[in-house]
Design a protein around this ligand. Structure first.
Ligand SMILES: Nc1nc2c(ncn2[C@@H]2O[C@H](COP(=O)(O)OP(=O)(O)OP(=O)(O)O)[C@@H](O)[C@H]2O)c(=O)[nH]1
Ligand SMILES: [Mg+2]
Length: 298
């Protein structure tokens, strides 16, 4: 192999404020849905590895919860998880949402990532929402805030410039053979993917506080390949009695809507018929209890 095509591989940690499109990019970059994506902030709660194996490179992308300020125990845990995961990146991919100018929080994030002293690539995401001509000021702001970083404007929605983003990241990866089996695309088990998808549907269907204090734990996962059937038993945990009623809805309608949406998507993702059972239980104030946070996947 010539130097240009010499194989490269390594960890690429994706960091950024909440809701900027980190998980959207992860799913797009690996061509598989492994991370929940919703229009609401604080969707991602744990570190998720997504693997892309090309002939000349293997990218081990680490999706992280969004960095944000909060005094809630659960949110602090999420931000701690994010910072730790970012520490494992050999290349850092900062995701910033396109806007008129660079925001204060993004400036802080860039400073934090620069201080880690790894190759830094900045994806200016959601450029489909902004006319090209208006992008110059924010591009200049980023350039000034992180002079050594490579900036790639992209859209996780249309896929625009994503090939260029990959090429840019590739040149910054260490020369190395693949580090993981090339058929793998994630470290998430089917159980974890089921939890993530159910939680995503809860975020999409319920309002206000409910999704932010709800967790999903798959307690039963039975795979019967000869019947092409997977049976999933999931517990949905809420932290207040009032939320239980909201989640279930009148006549069980809300829970049914969540279940149907999750089942349809999981059948597609896991390639088999799915029997999905869910029940809702109250675990008072679990979001404030560090031990419970771990138990519920944070
Ligand atoms: N228009 C547009 N929307 C996008 C783009 N990328 C992501 N989105 C939307 O932005 C919202 C947030 O996307 P996520 O991928 O969940 O963002 P995230 O950074 O992972 O968010 P957290 O995990 O909550 O921190 C979703 O509604 C996405 O569909 C984009 O390039 N263009
Ligand atoms: Mg996310």
């Amino acid at each position: 192999m010539s130097a240009a095509t010499e194989h490269r591989a390594g960890f690429v940690a994706i960091g950024g404020r909440t809701n900027v499109g980190k998980s959207t990019l992860l799913n797009l970059l690996i061509g598989q849905k492994v991370a929940a994506v919703t229009p609401r902030p604080q969707t991602t709660r744990r570190r998720i590895l997504g693997i892309r194996s090309d002939p000349d490179a293997q990218f081990l992308f680490i999706d992280t919860p969004g960095i944000h300020e909060s005094r809630r125990t659960m949110n602090q845990r999420m931000v701690q998880t994010a910072r730790r995961a970012l520490g494992d990146g050999e290349v850092l991919l900062a995701v910033i949402e396109a806007g008129p100018r660079l925001r204060g929080e993004d400036r802080e994030l860039l400073a934090e990532l620069r201080a880690m002293d790894r190759p830094l690539v900045v994806a200016l995401n959601k450029i489909d929402l902004m006319p090209r001509a208006h992008m110059l000021p924010i591009l200049e702001d980023i350039q000034r805030a992180a002079p050594e970083a490579e900036i790639v404007p992209v859209s996780g929605k249309t896929g625009e410039n994503v090939a260029e983003l990959l090429a840019t990241i590739r040149t910054r990866l260490p020369k190395s053979p693949s580090l993981m089996p090339e058929d793998d695309y994630t470290d998430q088990t089917e159980r974890m993917i089921a939890e993530e998808v159910i939680r995503e549907k809860i975020f999409l269907v319920t309002r206000q506080e409910v999704p932010f204090s709800t967790a999903v734990v798959v307690e039963r996962f039975i795979d019967e390949p000869e019947r092409k059937l997977k049976t999933i038993g999931a517990r949905i945990i809420v932290d207040r009695e009032a939320h239980k009623g909201i989640l279930i809805g009148a006549g069980g309608r809300t829970l049914k809507e969540i279940g149907t949406a999750a089942r349809i998507e999981l059948e597609k993702l896991l390639g088999s018929k799915m029997f999905l059972e869910m029940h809702v239980s109250v675990d008072r104030d679990w979001t404030k209890n560090p031990r419970k946070l771990s138990e519920y996947g944070l």
